[in-house]
Design a protein around this ligand. Sequence first.
Ligand code: ZN
Ligand code: MN
Ligand code: MN
Length: 280
Amino acid sequence: MVRVGVHVSIAGGIAKAVDRAAEKGCDVFQIFSRSPRGWRFNDLSAEEAMSFTTKLKKSGIGPVFDHMPYLPNLASPDEDVYKQSVSTLTAELFRCGQLQIPFLVTHLGSHRGSGQEEGLKRFVGAISTAFSETENSVELLLENTAGTKNSMGGSFEDIAAIIDSLDTERVGVCLDTCHLFGAGYELRTMEGLGTTLDEFETLIGLDRLKLVHLNDSKGELGSALDRHEHIGLGRIGEDGFRTILRNETIKSTPMVLETPIDSRRDDLGNLKVARELASS
Ligand code: ZN
Ligand code: MN
Ligand code: MN
């Protein structure tokens, strides 16, 4: 059986996320541990953390994945933005520890024109600093991007370079199917998907793959567009997702949907389609 879930809201208190995940029938889920907009946030109290972990244990759902907020840019050439980004990452790793969440997903950021090499140095420095300041064993998952201008992490080579320079077991990878497709990685056919995963295995190693963000794509293959679509209704399409969801590697990896909610479909609808395609 596949382990699949969605991104759920923490509105009304972080423990409410568990209720929402249970209502939607999630096997796993993802949250922002605080508002993803803005830099400011309140520390978690011991009571809040306890009510989350207690509820989660009772629910039998897991693992849970936390996602970094939107503003931090861990590859930023701007000193102030960079410093704030590193302290946000440190705080988020700490919060995951408090909530007993084993994985934190992060984007690789944008070098803003300073170049891929400089951006990589900044990013690696950011992670080393944050890891040295948090003593827990929370694992950081690097999410691939669609390859938009100045963005880091559009290719497996980029991600491999970072993992190689960090040399730690505390980093893994989250592969987003929409971003992969936008970056030009074929996924729709057994042959194409096989080639893509072989390349991942060669450059990074499949043992690093801890999460799949399962999203269809509004953009074409190689379009560099990061626009998510309902499962099967985008350019990857229903046949593409049937191929993806029958792949043994993907099937054995937790999956989180970050699909839209609109008049065509909601989270329940996308979860149903994903499970049907996995078992058809
Ligand atoms: Zn993400
Ligand atoms: Mn994603
Ligand atoms: Mn995206």
